[in-house]
Ligand binder design. Structure first.
Ligand SMILES: Nc1ncnc2c1ncn2[C@@H]1O[C@H](COP(=O)(O)OP(=O)(O)O)[C@@H](O)[C@H]1O
Ligand SMILES: CC(=O)N[C@@H](CCC(=O)OP(=O)(O)O)C(=O)O
Length: 262
């Protein structure tokens, strides 16, 4: 992790969004981080689990293709509700409860990210590119922590479901930020299910080719590799389960999850 005052982006995903206890532990750590490290912090979040729950509650089912959710146009309203609504406001509620002054946004606010349809076969799934940093920089300068969902809006006003790892990468590029991705797993696991401490581009390609890194993790690793290339710094993938380890990572001290680099 670099020590200058460029922002730090923490991407939150997985079943974390279902556990108020785990969220409270994480936000306690974030509060400490903000007080002690005094570095601008941005949260980018998914909430695939909440999407599943809300689609099911509506009697709708969905499938994934190469780790991305196929999103028929008639599902995008429910998915927007789950991600930009429930997930975003659950996180904002935690921020408020932990005295962190926050603002909840999506990828379309202030032109932060440019989003277009990724592939007609996936329906309303967005391809995300970096856009305008002005709004986020203004909020960070004002002492607010932006909390950003992965719902995007196309140039002609269509709502799009964007994978949150890809969204986090695009935002890291816009802000020239460091990126840490928190998930349900301790990091990236090898064929023997052992944690890989350090993963280079070539080894990652090999493990994806072998099917050892697959599904959502393959999407995450590809997004992280893109970020390492454009930002010229490593990206960490680890668990939200031990937030105190996260503090050590940010202080440059401990082994935490998997460090992905070129
Ligand atoms: N090699 C691997 N190491 C760790 N997890 C993997 C691997 N390959 C596939 N996975 C799966 O990827 C999941 C993480 O991806 P995903 O569910 O998309 O995360 P998130 O919701 O946090 O973005 C893990 O829970 C695991 O089931
Ligand atoms: C296109 C696509 O796959 N979008 C994701 C967006 C949410 C997400 O990425 O959530 P996690 O970070 O919790 O996995 C989805 O619908 O599940």
């Amino acid at each position: 992790m670099s020590t200058q005052t460029s922002p730090l982006i923490i991407k939150l995903g997985g079943t974390l969004l279902q556990s108020n206890e785990a969220l409270a532990a994480l936000f306690t750590t974030l509060n400490t981080f903000i007080k002690e490290v005094k570095r601008p912090l941005v949260l980018v979040h998914g909430g695939g689990v909440l999407v599943d729950n809300q689609l099911n509650a509506m009697g709708l089912s969905s499938t994934k293709k190469n780790g991305l959710r196929v999103t028929p146009a008639e599902h995008i309203g429910v998915i927007t509700g789950a991600l930009a609504g429930t997930a975003n406001k659950l996180l904002l509620a935690q921020a408020i409860a932990h005295n962190i002054n926050s603002v909840g946004l999506c990828l379309g606010d202030g032109g932060l990210c440019r989003v277009s349809q990724l592939d007609a076969e996936l329906g309303s799934v967005g391809k995300v590119d970096g856009g305008d940093a002005t709004l986020i920089s203004t909020l960070l300068n004002g002492g607010f922590m932006p909390v950003i969902s992965s719902i995007g809006i196309t140039q002609d006003g269509q709502l799009m479901n964007v994978n949150a790892d890809q969204a986090a990468t695009a935002i890291a590029e816009v802000l020239d930020a460091d990126l840490v991705m928190l998930s349900d797993v301790s990091g990236i696991l090898d064929g023997e299910r052992q944690l890989i401490n350090s993963l280079t581009h070539d080894r990652a390609q090999e493990l994806m080719h072998q099917g050892v890194i697959k599904d959502g993790m393959a999407v995450k690793v590809k997004a992280a590799l893109q970020a390492t290339q454009t930002l010229g710094k490593p990206v960490a993938v680890g668990s939200w389960r031990n937030p105190e380890q996260l503090l050590s990572l940010l202080a440059g001290e401990s082994e935490f999850g998997t460090r992905i680099s070129q």
